[in-house]
Design a protein. Structure first.
Length: 222
């Protein structure tokens, strides 16, 4: 089944609100999509299902999920109290010197400019997980300042070739973590001595504490 792209952000939000409280098996049945037994080999299944249901058009292209609206969609696994279970992947982090020179031009900033958060409750069988109430969000001035500071510190380390020091502990809201199908996947970088070296690819992730603060601010979450 093909769903037409939403005509506006209001239509997109209304579609997402209409799904709240439904389980993923019901949605998959409506769309004619098979439900996997687990997500070990289908990690992107939930996000892909919601994109299909809401009429996203970007696919794997480097643009927001709803490019005509400038909106990125992110599913957010949460526990019974509505607290995020894990960090949220945003985008890849170029390690080859091609990263933007300023926060204003950074792809991670554009990805986070307008986000439709869709909480997903439960961690059992994929079909039994529940779609939560959506939130259409843009970072406040305070939130963006924190993101910018983290991005600046992390990209400065990349620029200096200090890739091995980019531990997940760095960054209050934004962190760098390995982003690869397996540990054997490597990419070439210039190290701090100007030599070529191989490291695991990295991606920008939002900490669970940061996304949790977003939900807490907008919903009655303890």
């Amino acid at each position: 089944m093909t769903i037409a792209p939403p005509e506006s952000q209001a239509v997109l939000l209304a579609r997402a609100e209409a799904l709240a409280g439904r389980d993923l098996a019901w949605l998959a049945g409506e769309l004619g999509v098979a439900v996997p037994d687990d997500l070990r080999r289908d990690k992107g299944w939930i996000g892909n299902l919601l994109e299909l249901a809401l009429g996203a058009t970007a696919g794997s292209r480097a643009e927001p999920d709803f490019p005509h609206l400038g909106v990125e969609m992110k599913t957010l696994p949460v526990d019974a109290r509505g607290r995020p279970r894990e960090s949220t992947y945003v985008c890849t982090a170029p390690l080859d010197g091609s990263i933007a020179r300023s926060w204003e031009d950074a792809w991670v900033r554009h990805k986070l400019a307008r986000v439709l958060w869709i909480p997903i409750l439960g961690d059992g069988h994929p079909g039994e997980r529940i779609i939560g109430a959506p939130l259409l969000w843009s970072p406040s001035a305070e939130e963006e300042a924190v993101l910018k500071a983290d991005w600046t510190a992390l990209t400065e380390a990349i620029g200096l070739g200090e890739t091995w020091q980019l531990e997940a502990r760095k960054g209050k809201a934004l962190q760098l973590r390995p982003k690869a199908a397996h540990a054997r996947e490597m990419t070439w970088v210039i190290d701090d001595e100007g030599e070529w070296a191989q490291v695991n690819p990295r991606g920008f992730y939002l900490r669970a504490s940061f996304t949790g603060s977003i939900l807490k601010k907008h919903f009655a979450i303890g």
